[in-house]
Ligand binder design. Structure first.
Ligand code: 6PG
Length: 227
């Protein structure tokens, strides 16, 4: 498994800025970008929109979604829409949101179809749960072993407890760059298991590495405290 290139900065604001700069750079270059959910990336998305308002060369994807309508406050798409999409002058060429409102079976089928013939992503952004989960792939869930499919449905192993749609590890890792963003002391344990321990199904973040590319992690000091 390839090594992770780790950058530790003073605080969450600085971590958001670094991730935003990387997103803006990829927006200028174009290609396929996969966004993550959760709340940590919100500020990075806002800054990325300020740094580059023309995303017209980008196809935008989501690594996971909660099975709620797109306007629901728990929706990963809703968060990215408010923090990033609504602030752009040049909309992405493609906005491939997961349709959580279809429920997990139909939502998975639809997104699998959407992903047909998509090759390696250019940039996949991932958060890290305090329990070590990535996207909606939870500790010790059977979904971690699915390699024959790009998208899976799952119960939730973490709040919010609504069904999930998630790209599989093999699909997420098929990227030129996998970029983790984790901040705050509640992530310190998970960060140390994900980046300093042996790969384990108990910490899905330890299994997510670019198959043929770079894996980077941008952390603030609090999240990196146990490394
Ligand atoms: C989701 C996510 C998930 C997220 C982590 C971290 O839909 O919940 O995509 O994997 O990245 O739970 O979330 P926070 O940034 O809110 O801590």
């Amino acid at each position: 498994m390839s090594a992770v290139d780790i950058t530790v900065v003073a605080d969450a604001a600085e971590a958001a800025r670094l991730v935003a700069e990387r997103l803006a750079e990829q927006a200028r270059a174009g290609g396929n970008i996969v966004l993550t959910g959760g709340s940590t990336p919100r500020h990075a998305y806002e800054i990325a929109a300020e740094l580059e308002s023309d995303w017209s060369k980008v196809e935008l994807w989501w690594g996971d979604e909660r099975c709620v309508p797109p306007g629901d406050q728990r929706s990963n798409y809703a968060m990215a829409k408010a923090a990033l999409l609504d602030r752009l002058e040049g909309a992405p060429r493609g906005v491939h949101r997961m349709q959580g409102e279809l429920g997990r079976d139909d939502g998975v089928a639809e997104y699998r179809h959407e992903l047909t013939d998509v090759g390696a992503f250019d940039l996949v952004l991932l958060g890290l749960g305090a329990d070590g989960h990535v996207a909606s792939l939870f500790p010790n869930f059977p979904t971690l072993d699915v390699t024959s499919r790009d998208v899976v449905g799952s119960e939730s192993g973490y709040e919010p407890f609504v069904d999930r749609i998630s790209m599989t590890l093999s699909r997420l890792c098929n990227t030129h760059e996998l970029l983790f963003l984790a901040t705050g002391e509640d992530k310190a344990e998970a960060v140390s298991h994900a980046f300093a321990d042996k790969p384990s199904h108990a910490t899905p973040g330890s299994l997510a590495r670019a198959a043929d590319g770079t894996t980077r992690a941008i952390l603030d000091r609090a999240a990196a405290a146990k490394l």
